[in-house]
Design a protein. Structure first.
Length: 155
């Protein structure tokens, strides 16, 4: 469970990433949401799997495809593929060629679907998101609520 945010806040954050055509690492997402240790990456993965369940139920692309493992060369963690398998969307080897192909297809579909959700998902402009990403690189931290307040005050 996310300590400082709900799955809805996580989805909104990822929708904003999709609107800007960006991906993020698990660690970057944990920092963005200011998750409290211990097990911040586990908190992210639990919430992402919940979003994957919701997306599968609704027949949508997995928004979780935007979250990548720093250690897997542009792929999500193995758990993403395990969850996709449990949900009936992936049948290959999470460490094989099938994983890269599945993820590329899912990521492109997610960027197209979630990136085009417009005002209905409360997206920020690319310029605004770039400022957030620069701030993160400089060590600044945002909670999901803080990011939403920043978003509203930056218009």
């Amino acid at each position: 469970m996310i300590v400082t945010g709900s799955p809805e806040q996580l989805r909104t954050c990822l929708q904003n990433m999709a609107a800007a055509g960006l991906t993020i690492t698990y660690g970057g997402l944990a920092r963005l949401l200011e998750l409290s240790p211990p097990n911040t990456i586990h908190q992210i993965t639990v919430a992402l799997e919940r979003l994957m369940e919701e997306d599968a139920e609704a027949g949508r692309p997995f928004i979780a495809a935007l979250v990548l493992s720093k250690a897997r060369g542009g792929l999500p963690a193995v758990g993403f593929f395990d969850c996709a398998r449990r949900l009936g969307r992936f049948t290959g080897d999470p460490n094989g060629v099938e994983a890269r192909s599945f993820h590329a297809t899912e990521l492109n579909a997610a960027l197209k679907f979630w990136g085009g959700c417009g005002a209905s998902c409360g997206t920020v402009s690319t310029q605004q998101l770039c400022r957030v990403m620069r701030a993160l690189n400089e060590g600044m931290r945002f909670t999901a609520d803080g990011l939403a307040r920043w978003h509203r005050s930056d218009r």
